[in-house]
Design a protein around this ligand. Structure first.
Ligand code: HEM
Length: 88
């Protein structure tokens, strides 16, 4: 990641190496990371959820889209729920 925090990730994680970190504004790196996780996770869940909802509108010849929607929905659900559990 090319953000200032991303370049100093060890300093972000270890409380003893905070010298090279840029000033934290209102939200810290973890909070920003969590925001984008939920942002993109919600979009993926919405799009794949609509695919699962109207699954019979997807023709059998495009069945890979059905499988993709199921895989993306479960994957995004696990990641967003996991993020929710570990977020501070
Ligand atoms: C507007 C957003 C959403 C829509 C339209 C939607 C729609 C659906 C549909 C239609 C199913 C299939 C139900 C069935 O097979 O009978 C499903 C399953 C599921 N949804 Fe969602 N969902 C949405 C958001 C979410 C969110 C936010 C989560 C959790 C964070 C979630 C987690 C799951 C899980 C774990 C399943 C079961 C796995 C599966 O059957 O593939 N969904 N959803």
């Amino acid at each position: 990641m090319r953000t200032a925090f991303g370049r100093n990730r060890s300093g972000f994680i270890s409380a003893t190496k905070t010298k090279n970190l840029p000033p934290i504004d209102r939200f810290n790196y973890g909070q920003k990371l969590y925001f984008w996780l939920i942002f993109y996770g919600a979009i993926l869940l919405l799009v794949s959820g609509i695919g699962l909802w109207f699954v019979e509108s997807i023709p059998w010849s495009l069945r890979w889209l059905r499988y993709l929607a199921a895989a993306v929905h479960v994957g995004a659900a696990l990641i967003t729920i996991g993020g929710f559990i570990i977020h501070v």
